[in-house]
Design a protein around this ligand. Sequence first.
Ligand SMILES: [Zn+2]
Length: 285
Amino acid sequence: MRTKAALAVAIMAMATLGLAGQLVATTSILGDVVRRVAGEGWQVYALFPPEADPHAFQPTPREATLLARAEVVFICGAGLEAGLEPLLSLASRVMDVSQGIALRAFPDGRVDPHVWLNPLNVGVWAGNIAAALSEIDPERAANYQARAEAYRGELEDLDGWIHEEVGRVPAERRILVVDHLAFGYFADRYGFRQLAILPGFSTLAEPSARELAELEGEIQRLAIPAIFVSHTTVSPLVEQVARDTGVEVVRLYVGALSGPDGPAPDYLSLMRYDVAAIVAALGGG
Ligand SMILES: [Zn+2]
């Protein structure tokens, strides 16, 4: 309690001095969306660095300090940050931005956390972020709502563009063989099937030899030209499947942005990069 009281005093002092308050988002992708909605007047920190696998994140004391100082900690939710519960208890306010999204389940019944690979779900994030900011800063509520609305327009344009692009890939070739089952929301929206090398929802699981052999058989039977692997996934099994089947390995940005000079420094460019790479690899004419 004493810490929280001290924190409240510090926040009031910062407000009096006109200093920017601090917001924290867990992933770099969510950090970008929070920045778009929050605008000037807030410093936004992403807990997971760019190029980091969100399933394998290990917090350090730096993250604990960031969390304790933040006015709101935004999490993707849907189970993505399940391993961070002790750390999140340091935060004074945590908001699950995926509230209101129709969550899909994996075949084993667990919730699929990769909601952001459908841009319309990111529109829900923007609305939730605007609502949280309006609550703590009611004077600028109209500003946050307007920013969220403008961003939702960009997301709808992106969605239209993706529909056009994937429309160039014949329906029978719309199969994503991926390192892990990250593309469920994308596949549902844009008419793809996905097959995963690593079972389960995370990059941390390992398939049996039989499962791997079945997948390789499927890749050959369906004449699949490429497998799609998250930029941050390091797995000898992915290399093995590529070697055994002779298919191309295409790296995508899935759970994290690139650095500022890379091809996916923000969410909109991440989706454009991935879709262009998928359509090119699957032979969109
Ligand atoms: Zn993932």
